[in-house]
Design a protein around this ligand. Structure first.
Ligand code: GSH
Length: 227
């Protein structure tokens, strides 16, 4: 019987951080894939059929089997293509800690961005303070848990946490430019910003993040004049 080819398709949208996470993991593992850009204002039958619950990107199609939710997809990639580079540590306790901080970033930090974009004046100031507080807790916690293994620096391999954070590493500069103000404060979160800067310089991340100016224009188109 003819062996089935390993067909990998990513349904994505270029400004989407969760989609960038998946693209980064596929590239890191050297898995060839076809990319299909979705119009989220007019979702395709392919997307609706393959993610009928959330109707969101990213969706990974592996030999026509659909996997949705970026963090689920990242784990699927790691388990299916278990060759190096591995994005999770071998030790179960270390893996648990990585997953804890990945979830914190996804559930606390990512949702703290939107309130900044949709608010103005005092309310926006409070939303920015809240984001900075969350980032501080995140960075201190990660630093304590991983010590010398962290943060990512030049020459090191990207892990799951780097992929999840790195996929959003261009966003703060984009938001700063769209809002005309500093959103992540250097005096509170300078080490976190250095980590983001180092990640943005990684060749794979550089190659995968959306172009800065196009992204700023998209923010302004979506949220209107922002200051
Ligand atoms: N928790 C999901 C979030 C995915 C998500 O929010 N996708 C957005 C693009 S960034 C989307 O498809 N939005 C379309 C919609 O909400 O209708 C993941 O990590 O994959």
């Amino acid at each position: 019987m003819e062996e089935k080819t390993n067909q990998v398709v990513l349904l994505g949208a270029w400004p989407s951080g969760p989609c960038t996470r998946v693209a980064l993991a596929l590239k890191l593992k050297g898995i060839p894939y076809k990319y299909v850009e979705e119009d989220l204002t007019n979702k395709s039958e392919l997307l609706l059929k393959n993610n009928p619950i959330h109707k969101k990107v990213p969706v990974l199609l592996h030999n026509d089997k659909a996997i949705a939710e970026s963090l689920v997809i990242l784990e699927y990639i790691e388990e299916t293509w278990s060759h190096t580079p591995n994005i999770l540590p071998c030790d179960p306790y270390q893996r648990a800690k990585v997953r804890f901080w990945v979830n914190y970033f996804d559930q606390k930090i990512c949702p703290a961005i939107n309130p900044i974009l949709i608010s103005r004046a005092e309310e926006r100031k409070k939303a920015i303070e809240n984001l900075n507080e969350m980032i501080k807790v995140f960075y201190e916690g990660v630093k304590k848990d991983f010590r010398e293994e962290f943060p990512y620096c030049k020459g090191k391999c990207l892990g799951l946490l780097d992929i999840v954070v790195g996929a959003h590493a261009g966003n703060y500069k984009v938001i700063n430019d769209a809002l005309g103000m500093e959103v992540i404060h250097t005096q509170i979160n300078s080490q976190f910003l250095s980590w983001m800067d180092a990640l943005r310089e990684h060749p794979l991340v550089k190659d995968t993040l959306p172009p800065h100016d196009k992204f700023v224009a998209k923010f302004i188109e979506k949220f209107g004049p922002m200051n």
